[in-house]
Ligand binder design. Structure first.
Ligand code: SF4
Ligand code: SF4
Length: 227
């Protein structure tokens, strides 16, 4: 979820690194009826890693996910996928009857982070923040940030998050100078290249960087580097 406001307004005002302790542990969300999986509108935006996880772990295609689980919407000029909320319940399509996430292992990055979020200092640098006023529980306990993230290959994931962020920021800057037709072509290229084209199960990061490199060449963009 992208939130507007100053650091103090949206968080406890502190910036956290992966080795810091933070009061984010929901203790398996016991006693909560998954408040944060309801009424999220279009805000749980999905990145290519999320789609890789969903398609490979659920053995479905991007197009099949679009049949009720996810949807496409315009976010600051770019068309991006987000989790769908169901009309009847206003709940995420992956929330089961017991009010538990049925894709816990493959849940998107935004869900994995919550109630943490990312605070971008510039296009390459982010810190973790503890969002306030979002989680329904008021007795969260302390946990190390990297333990809360529970991500395999955290360094590679971090690198992916940064490269993707730079790419999206630059695309948004490029959109300003394009007419409507060319904007449409660009956004469709983005969806096709990074979301709709299936990922093989092994080595997501290698596949992503190959696609990024190809896109940078195709779109005649300035080289995108991590360091
Ligand atoms: S609101 Fe907090 S406690 Fe409830 S499901 Fe979401 S993260 Fe868990
Ligand atoms: S994917 Fe899971 S954790 Fe995320 S909003 Fe849906 S049900 Fe909740």
């Amino acid at each position: 979820m992208i939130r507007e406001g100053s650091l103090e307004e949206i968080s406890d005002g502190k910036l956290y690194g992966i080795n810091d302790m933070v009061r984010a542990d929901t203790n398996q969300c016991s006693g909560c009826k998954s408040v944060c999986c309801h009424g999220m509108g279009k805000t749980i935006i999905l990145d290519p890693y999320d789609i890789y996880q969903l398609t490979t772990q659920l053995s479905v295609t991007f197009e099949q996910l679009l049949e009720g689980k996810i949807e496409l919407n315009v976010v600051n000029g770019l068309i991006l996928p987000n989790l769908s909320m169901q009309n009847s319940t206003n709940a995420c399509a992956f929330l089961n009857a017991e009010k538990r996430c049925e894709i816990h292992k493959a849940r998107p990055g935004i869900c994995r982070l919550f109630p943490l979020g990312r605070y971008w200092e510039d296009e390459k640098t982010f810190h973790y923040i503890l969002q306030t006023g979002q989680c329904n529980k008021d007795n969260l306990t302390k946990i190390k940030v990297k333990k809360w993230l529970d991500m395999p290959e955290l360094e590679q994931y971090h690198r992916f998050v940064v490269l993707w962020h730079i790419f999206i920021v630059r695309l948004r800057e490029a959109l300003v100078d394009l007419n409507d037709d060319n904007r449409h072509v660009l956004t469709m290229y983005l969806i096709r290249t990074f979301y709709a084209t299936p990922y093989a199960k092994d080595d997501f990061y290698g596949q992503f960087e190959a696609r990024l490199s190809q896109a940078v060449t195709t779109l005649a963009m300035e080289e995108i580097t991590y360091a």
